[in-house]
Design a protein around this ligand. Structure first.
Ligand code: SF4
Length: 437
């Protein structure tokens, strides 16, 4: 009988790309993929270390796996596993912890070809190409870069993911062609610091501009391409100009701000000031007025006084962006900010600030959508609502959209359809669209 194997991913798009690649290694007659909600013989959990919450979620997921099969073989991979293998191995239920190199040889460990170690303290920072093919098979996350050479004071990623390194342009072009050939309509170029794309074996071989130019010149057909998060100091005006004329890249930017106070940005060791961020947003809006611009902000960083928080709030309120992801600061061991003892915000204040910015983000997103009602867009339809009344998708500029199911629209899943944005559904804030004839 085939062994059942289930996967769970915590964290970023890169983790999703890697889980998917690793899960494909189990695609032969000895294993049957099952949903994580089901009984399995082996559970593989791809962990994250970015926040304390991600670590807690990892423990919760282990408990959930054990509740389905208390004799399951549980394998931990990913950032948290790589960062702290001994600690992860000590968590009840974990049978094996694999580092970043070993996780791509997972099948050898499962089949017993590799010696039966439980965890390995050695870190490995090779580059492994990865892309996801989700259950819906509509969108794929394609890894182009890994690791980070920056030293933002709060961030643990450089310790878990290692130095910045990239895939060859030729490999990326090949992968894009393969993914589009599989019928996937959208690819998200993913990495830890994609603006720093181009380092191979420690040498700068290409630039991010080389990559986007090569994609535009060499990809002849397929769907659309989206960029994941890019640092504001690495997003150059020539990139924005180029992307504004692209036939493949959609008008979508995610640019992490982290704070609207230059003082806090300095404490965080970010490599820009808020004025540069504003300049980027204005330039995007000038060339692509309807582009989606998302951002990340951390609240409650040590030293974020009321005055600095208000500075952030005021800056964001004025900023013409489409939405904000808000993170509550949590100290990560061995980061620069973990040793700060002054100016620590209490949890109540952090939660309040988080809520205030979430409300602001909602306001901005609704404004962004309202501004575009009755305009034409293209939606990639991805999944049905649980009651099967609607089919959901995203426009090129990342507006969440839905269409009522009828005998024609039911066929739209995994297709790009030209639509008009009709109205915002007050119940869920999703834009209802009508198909253009
Ligand atoms: S740019 Fe800063 S926040 Fe982003 S991964 Fe690198 S160190 Fe972390």
């Amino acid at each position: 009988m085939k062994k059942k194997v289930a996967f769970y991913t915590i964290g970023c798009k890169l983790n999703y790309a890697e889980t998917s690649t690793i899960s494909r290694k189990f695609s032969n007659f000895y294993y049957q993929h099952v949903s994580f909600k089901e009984y399995a013989d082996i559970y593989v959990i791809n962990s994250c270390s970015v926040t304390k919450n991600a670590e807690n979620e990892f423990k919760r997921i282990i408990r959930s796996a054990l509740s389905k099969n208390n004799k399951a073989f549980i394998i931990a991979i990913g950032c948290y596993a790589q960062l702290n293998p001994k600690k992860v191995y000590s968590i009840i239920g974990v049978n094996l912890v694999l580092n970043d190199d070993e996780k791509y040889r997972i099948i050898d460990f499962v089949n017993g070809y590799e010696h039966k170690q439980k965890y390995n303290n050695k870190k490995n920072y090779s580059y492994y190409s990865s892309y996801s093919i989700g259950e819906n098979r509509t969108r794929s996350f394609l890894k182009i870069q890994d690791g980070c050479d920056y030293k933002c004071s709060y961030c643990i990623i450089p310790q878990s993911r290692g130095p910045s390194r990239s895939d060859y342009i030729s490999n990326i072009l090949n992968k894009i062609k393969i993914i589009f050939k599989k019928g996937i309509k959208e690819i998200v170029l993913t990495g830890i610091n994609i603006g720093d794309y181009g380092k191979i074996n420690g040498n700068s071989k290409y630039t991010f501009f080389d990559l986007i130019q090569s994609i535009e010149d060499n990809i002849k057909e397929g769907g659309r391409i989206r960029l994941s998060s890019i640092e504001p100091n690495l997003l150059k005006n020539k990139h924005i100009e180029f992307l504004s004329k692209s036939k493949f890249f959609v008008p979508h930017f995610h640019i992490p701000l982290q704070s609207g106070s230059n003082k806090i940005l300095g404490y965080m060791r970010r490599r820009y000031k808020k004025e540069l961020f504003l300049e980027k947003v204005k330039f995007i809006r000038y060339l692509m007025p309807y582009s989606y611009i998302g951002s990340d902000v951390i609240v409650g960083y040590p030293g974020e006084t009321y005055k600095y928080f208000i500075e952030t709030y005021n800056f964001l309120e004025e900023l013409d962006i489409s939405s904000i992801h808000i993170f509550t600061y949590s100290s990560r061991q061995n980061t620069l900010s973990s040793s700060i003892t002054n100016g620590i915000c209490n949890i109540k204040i952090k939660k309040k600030r988080n809520k205030i910015l979430r409300l602001l983000s909602n306001k901005k997103y609704i404004f962004f959508c309202k501004n575009q009602l009755f305009t034409k867009k293209t939606v990639l339809f991805e999944k049905f609502s649980s009651d099967k009344n609607y089919l959901y998708g995203y426009t090129e500029n990342y507006i969440r959209a839905k269409i009522r199911i009828n005998k024609i629209s039911i066929l739209y899943r995994n297709t790009l359809q030209n639509v008009v944005l009709n109205k915002i559904d007050n119940k869920d804030g999703i834009v209802i669209v009508k198909k253009l004839i």
